[in-house]
Design a binder for this molecule. Structure first.
Ligand code: OKP
Ligand code: ZN
Length: 349
């Protein structure tokens, strides 16, 4: 399958994230995508392509899913940070204050730190000098993968970082800035696919994707993830979130406890696929996180490397044009093998 690679991903390289009162090295590292690319090339899974450039359509789609004031903030954040103090060049931008509850979010603060907090929901997602260009190029990869499927490819893979499924209309967090999977889904909708399904198999709930589509009945969102009562992102992803208004019944959250073994995970995947199939979509977007792996340092499911072949086969059985979008997976030594196993299992089926 065609692989759209973000050649600028290295320019987003966070140094530290906040964890239990200290700054620790970022889990979401450039080497993750390097390993996936190397393994895809080693197996000859498909041509590695550049996503093409920004067209008016693509720019408009970005501004449709994300708010202009959020995008303007991201675009200018590094310059503002540098203007504060040239010594900031050696530091990442991290928020330290948020509006929380019962504060106003309609008044845009002129204070830079206040704006960083306004547009974020955690202290684990640093903005660096290259974040904006890397995130934009990643968004292009997702839209290009969707375009490839629209042009008749059975499937395409957006191989990019930073990931996207935690990013919402006007917020970053969970290592995500722009919602790549949502942009792929919207690309399919804009080209005339009446119904699009997004299946999120990352360990963490795709809160950004849910929020972007929860009021819509043209995009079904289904996510399998660690129970948010104990797992990140904690404040969304519960079973009773079924969608809002016209979108009621078009969001499904399938929760599993930390410690879940492969048999139960795959039974849940079958249920997810049944819901996707019942929706009869014209195309499918998969948020592919492989942080469900037993060796993942920040997650709690126990999938083995060979299970990822089965994941690919199970999704292939849906028989849908499929856009794969890379998300999480932090066991760096195995992230290439596990991701390539999914794509190989899909292609072999
Ligand atoms: C992004 B994606 C670990 C804290 C967790 C955020 C996790 C973001 C996961 N010490 N920090 O869904 O893979
Ligand atoms: Zn994840």
């Amino acid at each position: 399958m065609q692989i759209f690679h973000n050649a600028l991903h290295h320019t987003h390289a966070g140094r530290q994230e906040m964890f239990r009162g200290k700054l620790v090295p970022c889990h979401e590292t450039p080497s993750r995508v390097d390993h996936v690319l190397a393994e895809c090339q080693r197996r000859g899974l498909g041509p590695v392509l550049a996503p093409g450039g920004w067209t008016a359509d693509r720019e408009q789609r970005l501004r449709h899913l994300h708010t202009p004031r959020y995008l303007d903030f991201l675009a200018g954040a590094w310059d503002e940070w540098m203007a504060q103090d040239p010594a900031n060049a050696a530091l990442d931008i991290l928020p330290s204050v948020w509006p929380g509850h019962a504060f106003r979010t309609d008044v845009l603060p002129s204070n830079f730190s206040a704006r960083v907090g306004l547009f974020s929901f955690d202290a684990g997602t640093p903005i660096t000098a290259g974040t904006w260009s890397a995130a934009r190029q990643g968004a292009l990869c997702a839209m290009a993968a969707a375009d490839a499927v629209l042009q008749g490819e059975r499937a395409a893979f957006a191989l990019s970082r930073p990931p996207g499924h935690h990013a919402g209309p006007d917020f970053f967090g969970g290592y995500c800035f722009l919602n790549n999977a949502a942009l792929a889904a919207q690309t399919l909708r804009d080209a005339g696919c009446a119904r699009v399904a997004v299946l999120d198999v990352d360990y963490h709930h795709g809160n950004g994707t849910q929020t972007l589509f929860e009021s819509r009945n043209d995009v079904l969102t289904v996510s399998i993830h660690g129970d948010p009562r104990t797992e990140y992102p904690f404040y969304l992803g519960h079973a009773d979130e079924r969608g809002c208004g016209e979108g009621e019944g078009f969001n499904l959250n399938l929760l599993l406890p930390r410690g879940t073994q492969p048999d139960r995970w795959f039974a849940t995947l079958e249920a997810a696929c049944q819901t996707v199939s019942d929706f009869a979509p014209n195309a499918l977007v998969v948020s592919l996180g492989v942080d469900t792996f037993e060796g993942d340092p920040i997650s709690g499911f126990h999938l083995r490397s060979s299970d990822y072949l089965r994941l690919g086969r199970t999704v292939a059985a849906l028989g849908l044009p499929t856009v794969w979008v890379f998300e999480g997976g932090y066991a760096v030594a195995e992230v290439g093998i596990n991701t390539a196993n999914v794509l190989e299992g899909f292609q072999a089926a």
